[in-house]
Ligand binder design. Structure first.
Ligand SMILES: [Zn+2]
Length: 133
């Protein structure tokens, strides 16, 4: 559960994008994926504080929960670094966006791209096979 919450957490910076009235001319410049929520740095820094906080309120397994949350956030950021925007992987050392840019960035383009369909379909099939066998 913590892994799932952590993997969704970076997308809290999507609200300005969701509130936009029309698709911007250059969606790659929008706020989404440009904030600290989409950095590996945040999930490394937050890990000990989350662990101590959960432990302080009496949660057992605080280390596993905090680790799962941070791992989810990091997996999210690394996975998205494969789109044409890249992510700020070296923040705060660099504000530059890094990644292997093979997928489109804009959400609507993402949904209709054949490479994405092949990737998502492939991941689904692999996940299904791992679950069954
Ligand atoms: Zn994201």
């Amino acid at each position: 559960m913590a892994l799932l919450i952590g993997s969704g957490f970076p997308n809290f910076d999507v609200f300005p994008t969701l509130l936009r009235k029309k698709t911007p001319k250059n969606p790659i410049d929008e706020t989404h994926a440009s904030t600290i929520l989409h950095t590996i740095f945040l999930y490394v820094i937050i890990l000990p504080f989350l662990c101590l906080g959960l432990s302080a309120i009496g949660w057992n397994d605080s280390w596993n929960i905090a680790m799962s949350f941070s791992l989810g956030g990091i997996i999210h950021v690394l996975t998205e670094s494969f789109d044409e925007k890249g992510r700020r992987l070296l923040y705060p050392l660099s504000k530059k966006f890094y990644g292997i840019r093979v997928l489109p960035y804009d959400f609507w383009t993402y949904l209709t791209d054949k490479k994405v369909l092949a990737l998502e379909g492939g991941l689904f099939i692999v996940a299904f096979l791992l679950l069954v066998f």
